[in-house]
Design a protein around this ligand. Structure first.
Ligand SMILES: [Zn+2]
Length: 146
């Protein structure tokens, strides 16, 4: 996977399903405040990511933790079969739901971005659930209940 955002290593959670990166984010901010990390190391958003933030970013609660000048936005990228190697940037309402219906596993990455100072961090990743599709372990015939 080649992405326009950083994927921090996770110590908790499995690779499937839902992974929350709040701890990694907090520790990165703490390192920056202690002077361990340089501004250029935390505010290093890829130009493509900044462009996506400007064009399709969804405003969220909270100001940028670095510059405190502007509201943060979130951008969602989906990786999966027949999608671009750098992921599909979700720009349309309902696009996620449509991708979830496709065969294969699709993983969504939500990234927060500051357009003013280029702060960026992965918020969470989650595997898209196929609506109505049986889980891999539930291929056996349904048993009528009651
Ligand atoms: Zn900022």
């Amino acid at each position: 996977m080649s992405a326009v955002f950083r994927v921090p290593p996770t110590t908790t959670g499995n690779s499937e399903g839902h992974v929350d990166y709040r701890l990694a984010r907090a520790s990165m901010l703490a390192s920056y405040r202690r002077g361990v990390l340089d501004l250029s190391e935390v505010c290093d958003a890829h130009p493509e990511l900044v462009r996506a933030a400007r064009e399709v970013g969804r405003r969220i609660q909270g100001d940028c933790p670095i510059c405190q000048r502007v509201r943060l936005v979130q951008v969602t990228y989906v990786f999966g079969p027949r999608l671009p190697k750098h992921g599909r940037c979700i720009s349309l309402r309902g696009e996620l739901a449509r991708l979830a219906k496709r065969p294969g596993t699709h993983v969504a990455f939500v990234v927060e971005v500051c357009q003013a100072c280029s702060w960026n961090h992965l918020v969470r990743r989650s595997t898209l659930e196929r609506p109505g599709a049986p889980g891999p372990a539930e291929t056996a015939a349904e048993e009528p209940n009651g």
